[in-house]
Design a protein around this ligand. Structure first.
Ligand code: ADP
Length: 733
């Protein structure tokens, strides 16, 4: 079935009219596909729009039966070839008369059959690029396809069908292009409206800001012919400069400010334009109207048009008078504060210096204190050491006489321990009752303020616990505190017991010696005075007798003096022993020789017990001892008796030799056995006178024996005789 040319033209005219009458594309297209289906007498006509991936959607459709409807179907032809697009771009119309037998590939065939298509006729919808003619060209945009389907049976398409669909396709393209143009214009219009709206909003927004901003905002004209004329003057500017906008707008600074200030502002404006950049005037003093001084900060910004020509100068000014004033006040406050800080710093420095000096002084004082403490300690240590080691008794008593301190020597001497003596009363607990009152009186005297630092001397007797009495010589002085008040007494004592005993002995000795010396001297003086006064003729019998007495007295005196001197030398160690090898027998024989005449005279027989012991000793001195013992034995024995002299090593001690001189004479009473070895001590006071001794012999013997390291003693039975013994250590030769 071919459509007539007349019908085709009618449809084109109808479509064109529809395009002109309606701006609604879907109405146009729907009328077009309906008209075309009617014209072509086919089952379905669709407008198929391409997506970029060459899939497509059926946007408009006209179908004879609903079952063939494809509206809004998205169709992707897997077999759609690139070459097809080229054909369509060139405006070619394609047609398939019978899908089942057509010269098409299998894939495309299956695809078409899936949509119940038995035959089709396809014309491209080509949109020319803007400015191009509506002519099919390769570079035209292939918008979509106008497709006629025959679904009931194959169809042989006619030439007129080809022309019809092609022309209708072109009309559709025009309608689409027109719709798109309209859409585009509509969009542009809409955007412009939107932009205008936004612009108005922005302006309003800016206007609101400018109206209400508390910062002066003004705009000046930058065109040379109107340069500096105010175009905008917001309320904050009115307030700042005291000038209403309607008076300021269109005027310049020269109309309101003093010439020099106006000139300055103008120059700033010139500079902004010249620089093309924002300038900032941090501080500007202005005088407006009344001489009201204000300080403002100004920012000036040039504003250019699209040709980059200066249009305006935007000015923003801020009143910083209060800020500046605050700044000045702040600076003043800061200066004042700094001055105060300086002053305080100086005061602090002075205080610090003073503190340092004080600290240094205290440190020095501390060091001095430490030194003096150290020297005090040292001194105390010395004193304590002295007190603890000195062989003197030291004690301190309080004012009542209670013992505060006693040194070790005192404790040792008194045989007390510290607890027994501490806090005891010296007078009542340690002194004999008869000595207490006197000692207390002396103590109280020392405590008197008038006593000062003098020393009081006294002697007291003390009774140690387990020893014999001791005589102590005390030197006492006052103890006082720093205020000079007496706090007690310190006593330093010396044990003079021995001195006293020696003194006593010495006194006795002197008295005995003077007595012993006086006796022969008296005799000599008596003889000499008788002879000198010629009362006795020296040649007479009586005279000769007197001379004999004088002579023997002189001899006795010489012997006495010699013995005394010898004893003194021996005791003082002036005479040293001459140690040599001696023999006991020899010593005894030589001693016997010396007394033999005396023995003969007294008819005493001396016997020596055999002995031959060698040892070290001073032979002369040992012979002197033996001689003295033998002569005593002779003196105190009756005639015809004997004396036995022996020497033997002691049984129990081989290191000693024991000499014995045994007589059978008068004997010695037991109470004199010790004393006869002391000087001038005799059994009978007349012994020496009668027997011609000095009373010093045994004392000399004892000294010699003791110097040899031995001992001497006597055993005696009074009336039967005596045996004198002495031992000498044997040092083997
Ligand atoms: P003197 O020169 O008086 O003998 P001594 O010191 O030798 O001095 O003796 C002291 C005293 O000892 C004698 O005076 C005597 O009284 C007594 N005495 C010494 N030896 C004997 C003795 N063998 N028998 C008795 N009495 C003696």
């Amino acid at each position: 079935m071919a459509s007539s040319e007349q019908e085709t033209n009618h449809l084109i005219a109808t479509v064109a009219l529809k395009i002109r009458q309606s701006l609604n594309l879907s109405d146009i297209l729907q009328a077009t596909v309906d008209g075309l289906r009617e014209l072509l007498k086919c089952d379905r006509v669709i407008v198929y729009r391409f997506e970029p991936d060459w899939s497509g959607i059926v946007t408009v459709e006209s179908v004879s039966e609903d079952r063939w409807s494809l509206i809004n179907s998205i169709i992707k032809d897997p077999c759609f070839e690139e070459s097809w697009t080229l054909k369509y771009r060139q405006g070619e119309v394609t047609a398939i008369a019978n899908v089942s037998v057509g010269n098409i590939d299998e894939c495309h065939q299956e695809f078409l059959e899936s949509f119940d298509i038995k035959a089709n006729l396809v014309a491209p919808i080509l949109l020319p690029n803007p400015g191009d003619r509506v002519e099919p060209e390769e570079n035209n945009q292939l918008w979509g396809l106008l497709i006629a389907h025959h679904c009931q049976e194959p169809r042989q398409w006619q030439e007129s069908d080809f022309n019809c669909i092609k022309q209708i396709g072109n009309q559709v393209a025009i309608a689409i292009q027109q719709a798109e143009l309209i859409h585009k214009n509509y969009q542009e219009l809409r955007q412009r409206k939107l932009a205008e709206q936004q612009n108005q909003q922005t302006r309003k927004f800016l206007q609101t800001i400018i109206e209400h901003i508390p910062v002066a905002v003004f705009v000046k004209d930058a065109h040379p012919e109107n340069f500096g004329k105010f175009q905008l003057w917001n309320p904050a500017t009115e307030k700042l400069l005291g000038l209403k906008a309607q008076k300021a707008l269109g005027k310049t600074v020269y109309d309101y400010f003093p010439p020099d200030q106006a000139e300055k502002f103008n120059q700033q404006d010139q500079e902004v334009i010249k620089k093309g950049n924002l300038i900032e005037i941090p501080e500007e003093s202005i005088y407006k109207g009344k001489p009201e001084h204000k300080i403002i900060r100004i920012i000036k910004i040039p504003i250019y048009n699209e040709l980059h020509q200066p249009e305006y100068i935007l000015g923003i000014a801020e009143d910083i008078t209060a800020y500046k004033q605050a700044e000045i006040e702040l600076k003043q406050a800061k200066d004042e504060l700094e001055a105060k800080v300086l002053q305080r710093t100086e005061e602090l420095q002075n205080a610090y210096n003073w503190l340092r000096k004080e600290l240094t002084r205290k440190e020095k004082a501390q060091i001095e204190l430490q030194n003096s403490e150290a020297s005090l300690k040292e001194s105390e240590r010395r004193w304590r050491s002295l007190l603890e080691n000195v062989r003197l008794l030291v004690m301190s008593l309080d004012t009542q006489g209670n013992i505060d301190y006693a040194n070790p020597f005192l404790l040792q001497l008194a045989d007390y321990n510290l607890s027994e003596i501490t806090e005891k009363n010296w007078f009542t607990d340690f002194l004999p009752s008869e000595a207490q009152e006197e000692a207390k009186a002396i103590h109280n005297n020392i405590l008197q303020p008038s006593f000062n630092s003098s020393v009081s001397y006294q002697q007291t007797v003390i009774f140690p616990k387990s020893k014999t009495e001791k005589i102590i010589a005390w030197n006492s002085t006052q103890l006082h505190n720093t205020q000079g008040k007496s706090t007690g007494v310190i006593c330093i004592g010396e044990d003079i017991t021995e001195q006293k005993a020696i003194q006593k002995k010495k006194d006795e000795f002197v008295s005995v010696v003077s007595h012993e010396l006086r006796t022969p001297l008296t005799a000599i003086r008596g003889v000499l005075s008788l002879l000198a006064e010629d009362k006795v003729d020296p040649k007479s019998q009586k005279g000769k007798h007197l001379l004999d007495i004088g002579n023997s007295s002189a001899e006795h005196l010489v012997k006495l003096v010699n013995d005394l001197l010898e004893l003194e030398y021996l005791e003082s160690g002036t005479i040293e022993l001459i140690q040599q090898q001696v023999n006991s027998k020899e010593l005894m024989l030589r001693a016997m020789d010396r007394v033999q005449i005396l023995a003969n005279k007294a008819k005493i027989d001396i016997q020596i017990v055999e002995s031959d012991i060698n040892f070290q000793g001073d032979s002369d001195r040992l012979i002197q001892v033996l001689t003295n013992l033998l002569s005593n034995g002779i003196k105190f024995s009756e005639p015809n008796s004997n004396i036995i002299l022996s020497a033997e090593k002691q049984d129990n001690d081989n290191l000693r030799i024991l000499f014995a001189v045994k007589d059978h004479g008068r004997g010695i009473p037991s109470d004199k056995l010790e004393s006869i070895f002391e000087r001038f001590k005799q059994v009978d006071a007349s012994d020496s006178k009668r027997k011609g001794g000095t009373g010093l012999g045994l004392a000399i013997c004892r000294n010699i024996v003791e110097q040899h390291g031995g001992k001497i003693w006597v055993n005696s039975v009074y009336g039967e005789g005596s045996t004198f013994y002495f031992t000498i250590p044997v040092v083997s030769c």
